[in-house]
Ligand binder design. Structure first.
Ligand SMILES: NC(=O)C1=CN([C@@H]2O[C@H](COP(=O)(O)OP(=O)(O)OC[C@H]3O[C@@H](n4cnc5c(N)ncnc54)[C@H](OP(=O)(O)O)[C@@H]3O)[C@@H](O)[C@H]2O)C=CC1
Ligand SMILES: CC(C)CCC[C@@H](C)[C@H]1CC[C@H]2[C@@H]3C(=O)C=C4C[C@@H](O)CC[C@]4(C)[C@H]3CC[C@]12C
Length: 298
């Protein structure tokens, strides 16, 4: 036993020291200076905050969402904050041709692309699954298929720049949560598509990073309105969340967890104590109303 300890403890120390000093590069805002970046769903919420951080770091920014009046305001603010350039394209991600059009705008106006940040989500409800199959189809188109369409269209430019794809997902894309059935399906689909694509990039020596962002509850207006009363969870700040997403993206991480304590740690239970995790998740909810009770919109 004594001899085992004498060998094991220094060995563990060596492994930890190697991990700390060799693998962990530090983030510097200059990493994103001059980079050409698309941010979807940037009229509000986390996407808007991502645009402002990029602006402070001096990136070229192309934002998109449906509400043009909001996009105009975000572009103006980005220019005030120091963006190298800022522009927007308005339209809906229900339309795959529009998704592809946004990418061609980057080619036309920026001459290429370094980072594609896929962040938009269509409206859904926070409540028991209501059996509306058409809603599930529509949400899959907005939250999943348009991500696939944009990635496919952007790949030639991203290969050229050895750039990055950032996919904003959720804890609800890793484990089952009550009240998010259609939404959760779209987020799980993203994990399947992008984790598989990452493997193929590796086999084909394609140097395009894919960062899947696993977020917990964030204090955006829509999320707080929909879920704050039901959840025993304090939402995390959206500006800090946006910065963590950019750090993970710049460092080409495969997955990013925010906040760590309410995402990565509970997920450790997923493979060894799934039922315990399910129970802990349910315990974070205030008791639901009976099925059929009107729900707030999400
Ligand atoms: N907030 C949270 O608690 C959590 C959020 N996330 C993820 O973070 C990301 C951002 O969420 P959050 O900031 O809260 O979302 P918001 O609801 O605040 O913003 C959603 C954005 O998507 C745009 N959008 C909505 N529908 C469409 C559409 N049909 N076509 C194009 N754009 C559309 C909206 O603009 P417009 O209406 O103008 O089109 C808006 O810019 C999402 O991927 C979400 O799943 C993950 C975990 C938790
Ligand atoms: C194991 C626990 C400690 C972690 C709890 C985290 C819970 C509370 C987190 C994880 C995923 C989060 C949902 C999400 O991803 C996106 C949205 C869309 C938004 O418009 C409305 C809110 C909603 C439904 C979030 C609600 C809060 C959820 C369930």
């Amino acid at each position: 036993m004594g001899r085992l300890q004498k060998i094991l403890i220094p060995l563990l120390g060596l492994v930890l020291a190697f991990w700390f000093y060799s693998a962990r590069e530090n983030f510097k805002p200059e990493m994103l200076k001059g980079k050409r970046v698309i941010v979807t769903g940037a009229s509000t919420g986390i996407g808007e905050q991502i645009a402002y951080h990029l602006a402070r770091m001096g990136s070229h920014i192309l934002i998109t969402a449906r509400t043009e009046a909001k996009l105009q305001k975000v572009v103006r603010r980005c220019l005030e904050l120091g963006a190298a350039s800022a522009r927007y394209v308005g339209g809906t991600m229900e339309d795959m041709a529009f998704a592809q059009h946004v990418v061609s705008e980057a080619q036309a106006s920026l001459g290429g692309l370094d980072m594609l940040i896929l962040n938009h989500v269509g409206a859904s409800y926070f409540g028991f699954f209501d059996g509306d199959v058409e809603h599930v189809r529509k949400l899959l188109e907005i939250n999943f298929l348009s991500y696939v369409a944009m990635t496919t269209a952007a790949l030639p430019m991203l290969k050229e720049s050895e750039g990055s794809i950032v996919v904003v997902s959720s804890m609800a894309g890793k484990v089952g949560f009550p009240f998010t059935v259609p939404y959760s399906a779209t987020k799980f689909a993203l994990d399947g598509f992008f984790s598989s694509l990452r493997q193929e990039f590796s086999i084909q020596n394609i140097n395009v990073s894919i960062t899947l962002c696993i977020l917990g509850f964030i204090d955006t207006d829509r999320a707080v309105r929909a879920a704050a009363e039901v959840l025993r969870e304090v939402p995390a700040p959206r500006d800090e969340c946006a910065l963590e997403i950019l750090k993970g993206a710049a460092l080409r991480r495969r997955e990013l967890y925010y906040r760590y304590s309410s995402t990565r740690l509970p997920l450790l239970l997923r493979d060894c104590a799934a039922e315990l995790l399910d129970y802990l998740v349910r315990s974070r909810y205030r008791l639901p109303a009976a099925p059929g009770t009107p729900r707030p919109p999400l």
